[in-house]
Design a protein around this ligand. Structure first.
Ligand code: CTP
Length: 408
């Protein structure tokens, strides 16, 4: 992608933060982007069309004229490399989640691939926390739309809390990171490749109502799936009972136990070019799982005898070919980078993502160190899991591009 094709449509909805859009347009252009703007009717009183026209160097699109009949939404979607909805109100987010197309901007969101959309929410903190908004944001994210986190602080309505629009510079950085990632020739190494990802926790039944499990949310697996899809890969996710849904573009296989996950991963591994064991597999399962609920009244103390589960990653590492790239995650409770390195070699992986339980499990962010079999170690500061997924797969793509796989 050349600079000339860094074409951004900024879709402006009726949030008070719309007054920041002219500065955003200016900064995007300074960074080499071509910009067009689309205003909803609610945005019009909040930001002047004339400054946007002058700063973008393009006409401002809105519902003024018979835009739908002129096929503006189709022409704009063909033109754009990225649709940045900024600020995005709860109303527009809800319409997008529901597939409603009642104005030029929402019609445009249906005409453009979800992976090309970045949503920058801005609203009152109670509206942001509302279950409907959170569920709508989750729906968009699961379809591959990037939703930027909101900031916290004093809001236009006078209260304090999460709901502020991300800073203009931060937004432009995310846009440029996106362009740079898709322009990175190393990332092309994933195009058309089969990526197999395990995600979430596993559950080992004690009886029909009780299980042994862990706090894994599946966020890292979902972020990896999204990143792989946006790099043009074909993605299969074998997911335990995770709270975070994998993106809709992935082929999703649901499992509960480690044994089920081992069977699904083992059966699909031969087809995979890249495999990531991001799942937090329960290490043990009850030797006996009761078919009926164990009643408390029957026994005072009970002892659970546990048997080790199969090590899925080690089993995959044992049959891996030199054409495959295998990535493991090593979660340690403290400073265990050398243990992680040892695990990488013992389990036959090409790369190990070392992270600590306090920074990663269940959260939105991860601080990680990437370990490679040639001794390479790279530590990264805490970042959100979407960004981390891009870094991990970018590193894998770079290795595959160079044909470096030394662990076999
Ligand atoms: N893993 C696996 N099967 C298991 C346990 C772990 O495939 N039964 C995978 C995980 O998905 C992860 C890697 O192995 O990619 C390392 O997991 P981790 O829990 O850090 O290590 P363990 O092998 O469980 O070792 P230990 O508990 O001794 O740290």
């Amino acid at each position: 992608m050349s600079d000339a094709t860094r074409r951004v449509i900024v879709g402006v909805t009726g949030g008070i933060a719309a007054y920041k859009v002219p500065a955003l347009v200016r900064l995007l252009r300074k960074n080499g982007c071509e910009v067009k703007t689309v205003l909803t009717n609610a945005a019009k009183p909040l930001v002047g069309a004339e400054p946007l026209r002058v700063l973008s160097g393009n006409p401002v699109y809105s519902d003024d004229k018979s835009a739908h009949y002129d096929m503006d939404h189709i022409r704009l979607s063909e033109w754009a490399d990225l649709l940045l909805i900024c600020p995005a109100t709860a109303n527009t987010i809800a319409k997008m989640a529901g597939g409603i197309a009642d104005n030029l901007l929402t019609t445009l969101t249906l005409s453009i691939h979800e992976s090309k959309i970045i949503v920058v929410p801005a609203m009152n903190c109670v509206m942001w926390a509302n279950n409907a908004t959170q569920s709508n944001v989750g729906t968009l994210a699961s379809r591959g739309v990037t939703v930027l986190p909101v900031g916290e602080g004093e809001l236009a309505c006078g209260v304090r809390g999460p709901g502020r629009m991300a800073g203009t510079e931060e937004i432009v950085k995310r846009v440029m990171d996106r362009f740079n990632a898709s322009e990175n020739p190393a990332n092309a190494a994933l195009k058309g490749k089969n990526v197999l990802i395990s995600s979430g926790p596993t559950e080992e039944p004690i009886d029909p109502v009780r299980v042994i499990t862990n706090r894994s949310s599946g966020k890292m697996g979902a972020a990896l799936a999204k990143a792989a899809l946006s790099m043009g890969a074909r993605v299969t996710v074998v997911s335990g009972p995770a709270s975070e849904p994998p993106p809709s573009g992935a082929n999703v296989i649901r499992v509960r136990t480690a044994a089920e996950m081992a069977a699904e991963m083992g059966g699909r591994f031969a087809e995979a070019d890249i495999c990531v064991m991001a799942a937090a597999v329960s290490d043990y399962r009850p030797v006996v799982s009761s078919n009926i609920k164990i009643h408390r009244s029957e026994k005072e103390n009970i002892t659970l005898e546990l048997a080790p589960n199969p090590d899925i990653l080690a089993a995959l590492g044992a049959v891996k070919t030199s054409k495959q790239f295998l990535i493991g995650f090593s979660l340690e409770s403290g400073d265990g980078v050398d243990r992680a390195d040892e695990k990488m070699r013992k389990k036959g992986c090409d790369m190990m993502v070392f992270n600590t339980a306090d920074t990663a499990l269940g959260g939105n962010d991860i601080a990680m160190t990437l370990l490679l079999t040639d001794g390479g170690r790279e530590a990264f500061p805490s970042m959100d899991k979407t960004a981390a997924a891009g870094v991990i797969l970018g590193k894998a793509a770079e290795r595959i591009g160079k044909g470096i796989q030394k662990s076999v």
